[in-house]
Structure formats: C-alpha cells, structure tokens
Design a protein around this ligand. Structure first.
Ligand SMILES: [Zn+2]
Length: 377
C-alpha cells in the first residue's frame, strides 16, 4: 500500500500504538511529510506529551489545522473484528482505533495541504498544523499548555479548523462552531451512622438530602440562546449506604456535571449550587473541577468557507451546532476568534470496532482542499 494516498497514510498512523498520551511515531511521520512540502517544524515536549507545530509561509491570513495523534484504549480485544492497530478493510469499512477520532482527519489534511500547495505555489498566507498526543487523556500538556506558554501566540492564527469527527450520520451533516463549557463537582453530605431501628440516634443523609436534590435538578440554570441549548445539570454518581440493610448510612456522595452555555459562567453556576446547598442546613463539602469555558465563533469567514465547501463538494447543507463534549477548541479559542470543527462521522468513536470508509476519507480530503482554496483565493 502506497503511503502517499489517504488510506496509505491512515494505515501508517493506525499502526502506531498511540494510546494517550503516547504518540508512538505518528508525529515524526507527519513532520517528515510536512517538512518535504517545505514546512518549518517545531516539536514541543511537555513531560510525556509530544506536540508538533509545523508552519508553511510567513504572511497572513494564517490558517491553522489542529488535531491529536493519541487514541483512547481499545477495550476488549476479543470483541474487535480485527487488530485495532492494523487498518483492516471488511465490507467496505476501514476498521482501526483512531480511524474516525481522529487519525483519518489527519491523513485527509495532509493530502489536502499537499494538493493545495502543489497547485497554488504562490498563495498569500500561511498554513499551520498543530498536533498533540494529549487530547484523549488529561489534556493538560497538549494544546492547553501550548496556549498557556505562548507557543502559538507568535503565529498570529486568524482561523483554526479542528479535525474532530463532527459529522453525525452522514459526512458533512454537522459543523461545530463552538462547544459548551464543562464544570464538574462532588458534594459530600455528612450524616450520622446508626441502627435503622434507632433513627433518633442517627441522621440519614439520604433523607436529609432528598428535597435539596430535587431543587438542584429542577432549577433552570439558564435558557440557552441561538447557538446553545439550555445549560444542563446531570448527576453521574450518587452513593450512600454500606451495603447492610440494618444501617443508616453516615455519608452521601454525589458527582455531577454542568454542560453550560455562554448565557452563564462557571462562577455563577458555583454560586447557584452553593445557594441551594446553604439553604438546606445540611453539613456538606463541595469540590469543583472546571475543565473548560464555553466558546463560540460568531465571525463567519472560516465557517462560511467550510459551509460552502460542504455544499459544493458533498451537496449537503450542514447543521451548525455546539453540542457534544469538550475539545481542544476551548483552548485555541483563547488566542483565535475563529475556531470550527469539521471531520468524519462520530458514530463509532471510542467504541469497539471504530471505523471509517475510504469514500468518507476521500470526500473529507476534497472538502479540506476546497476550504483552503476558499480561504486563500
Ligand atoms: Zn478526538
């Protein structure tokens, strides 16, 4: 299999066992490829994470493509149709861990850039490729740190396309122009353990917390807006009790998460929760973990280029959306006011038997090439 077509490149990338935060040679391969096209290569290592910043051109506008080379674990190998680290075609589907999320997209952008540069030698502007091996894990030493350390500032990026798998059912049906913020918390409610037959000597935290729980769930945190659904509060874990049927538990733990819109802030949400909890007279503690602010791209140049390319190449009018989980877009949005996500179909990502198709890879490549043409014409 030739490494110069999109399937060949994907095959090479899939054969690297880049379980997060490993890169296992992906970025070396990509850097060599881009260097041959005339890119300047910068490697930034942060602990066990490897990041690549490759730039072609010196002038503006500056278009960046951002992505990741790491993948999530395979899960039970026996349930895979084939070796997840060997791109395998079965019934027109290409199986392998990372095919859709997101080595497939990386392979597409490499071909697109080559095609574009070869036929537009003197285009005015610059192309930057930013890759990290730390997106699927804690995501502390990847794009987040590059932004924080100012490694990207000097590049004055005007717009950034993130190749995350944004499509839902068919390629091109969804482009993301923002993401909700994510805020998690853990509440521990203190009770007094005792015998169920002597409740006056105990304090049952499940009973004490029940009405407060209802208040937390029923509260309207905001109404959302044109781009975002209303902020959602979701409980992920609720635990109390020691397993015995004759013991009143001494403690209740609850984990929850907000996916929040641009109509509220992390601080406002923390305040709302504190108000509800404080009104309850419960003895409690709360720990917060904020993993990302919401962002929204309202400036239209990149988005329009992507919508137009999708319509022209795929014949589809994409839905513009902000749903789904967080991505590295939340970090890049701090230094760049146009960030969108467009990539392959996300139906099989993180699952056993993750796959894509040669057709989708070829079409994504065409769309990416057309985006470059639209931007630099
Ligand atoms: Zn991804």
């Amino acid at each position: 299999m030739s490494n110069e077509n999109v399937v060949g490149i994907l095959s090479k990338l899939i054969s690297c066992k880049s379980l997060t935060p490993e890169d296992d040679g992906c970025q070396k391969y990509i850097a060599d490829y881009l260097e041959k096209l005339g890119f300047e290569i910068e490697i930034k290592k942060n602990d066990d994470v490897i990041n690549l910043i490759a730039r072609y051109g010196k002038s503006s506008p500056v278009f960046a493509y951002a992505g990741h080379t790491d993948v999530v674990p395979t899960g039970d190998l026996d349930k895979w149709k084939s070796n997840p680290f060997e791109l395998t075609e079965i019934n027109s589907k290409l199986y392998g861990r990372g095919t859709s999320d997101m080595k497939g997209s990386v392979a597409c952008i490499l071909i697109s850039i080559k095609d574009f540069i070869n036929s537009n030698k003197d285009f005015k502007g610059s192309i930057i490729v930013i890759l990290t091996s730390d997106e699927e894990g804690p995501a502390q030493n990847g794009i987040k740190k590059l932004v924080k350390d100012g490694d990207l500032t000097k590049h004055n990026i005007d717009m950034c396309l993130i190749g995350e798998p944004s499509s839902k059912k068919i390629l091109g049906d969804t482009i993301k122009n923002g993401r909700r913020g994510s805020l998690s918390g853990k509440i521990i409610v203190q009770g007094i353990q005792g015998h169920v037959a002597y409740p006056h000597n105990a304090m049952n935290p499940i009973h004490a917390f029940s009405s407060t729980l209802k208040d937390l769930v029923n509260k309207e945190y905001d109404k959302g807006n044109e781009y975002f659904p209303p902020t959602s509060f979701q409980i992920s874990n609720l635990n109390s009790g020691v397993g015995a049927s004759n013991i009143i538990p001494g403690q209740l733990d609850m984990d929850f998460n907000f996916r929040y819109s641009t109509e509220t802030t992390c601080e406002e949400l923390m305040k709302s929760i504190a108000e509800i909890m404080d009104a309850s007279n419960l003895k409690y503690t709360i720990d917060w973990h904020h993993s990302g602010d919401p962002y929204l791209t309202e400036k239209k140049e990149l988005l329009n280029s992507c919508v137009k390319a999708t319509k022209d190449i795929l014949g589809i009018m994409p839905n513009i959306s902000t749903d789904g989980g967080t991505s590295d877009g939340r970090f890049i949005a701090k230094i760049c006011d146009q960030v969108i996500e467009f990539g392959l179909i996300n139906e099989s990502i993180h699952k056993i038997n993750e796959y894509t198709t040669e057709n989708d890879l070829k079409n994504t490549t065409k769309v990416y090439t057309q985006i470059l043409k639209n931007i630099f014409s």
